[in-house]
Design a protein around this ligand. Structure first.
Ligand SMILES: Nc1ncnc2c1ncn2[C@@H]1O[C@H](COP(=O)(O)OP(=O)(O)OP(=O)(O)O)[C@@H](O)[C@H]1O
Length: 210
């Protein structure tokens, strides 16, 4: 089923605060990658929360249809420190019903996509920040998420690792997910087909009819 998320005239203000953004309209569907841009504090993480359904907009509506699994990849990766990297990818596959052998094979293939084959047997706690973050992306692939919300995926990566991540995120969208990436990185922006720029809608003045 095609997943679709419609943002209709969406605005948000934290309690007692002025609006962060208003009048945001967008139509996102399976197979698309979106760069979510805007200066620090413009509300990118807040908007990811609205898209995930964790919070409701102060104005307008977020309408999601056909989204079964959402994966959220945060800036600071959290894993199980003593488990191996590959176990992080095997578990969601096994939980979905694959045998241990089939899950292991599939996990190796996914780790390879993210250039993580070499660190597969290592404990999560021994991974570098960039490796740990790519592992979280690999785990999101294993969960077969159809909506991926990714916060600053390349912030702590060197250029080569960032390029790998940008390429893989593009591939995930090509395989049918909606991928939304909050980013300040120009190369990540250009790797995405679509862009939602919060700078454009920041503090938009409400119309008298609202
Ligand atoms: N629970 C909250 N209550 C009040 N204000 C908040 C809350 N959460 C975030 N804010 C404020 O809302 C604004 C937007 O925050 P948000 O994290 O969405 O921005 P961002 O664009 O993701 O920023 P960055 O690029 O720095 O990660 C910031 O000024 C932040 O301090």
């Amino acid at each position: 089923m095609t997943a679709r998320i419609r943002l209709a005239n969406v605005g948000y203000a934290y309690d007692g605060q002025p609006a962060l953004f208003r009048g945001l309209d967008a139509d996102l569907s399976s197979g698309q990658s979106w760069a979510l841009t805007g200066p620090s504090g413009s509300g990118k993480s807040t908007l990811l929360g609205l898209v995930a359904g964790w919070d409701v907009p102060s104005w307008g509506a977020v309408d999601a249809t056909g989204v079964r699994k959402t994966a959220w990849i945060f800036q600071n990766p959290h894993g199980q420190p003593h488990r191996t990297a590959i176990d992080h990818v095997i578990y969601p596959l096994a939980a979905a019903g694959l045998s241990r052998n089939a899950a292991s094979e599939e996990a190796e293939r996914i780790l390879d996509m993210f250039h993580l084959a070499d660190v597969a047997p290592r404990s999560f706690s021994s991974l570098s920040g960039g490796e740990a973050q790519r592992l979280m992306l690999a785990r999101a692939v294993a969960t077969k998420a159809d909506l991926l919300l990714v916060d600053e995926p390349t912030a702590q990566l060197d250029r080569a690792a960032a390029n790998v991540v940008n390429e893989v995120l593009g591939n995930l969208a090509a395989r049918g997910a909606i991928v939304i990436i909050a980013t300040h990185d120009a190369q990540t922006m250009s790797a995405c087909e679509n862009r939602l720029d919060l700078e454009q809608v920041r503090n938009r003045v409400s119309s008298p009819s609202e």
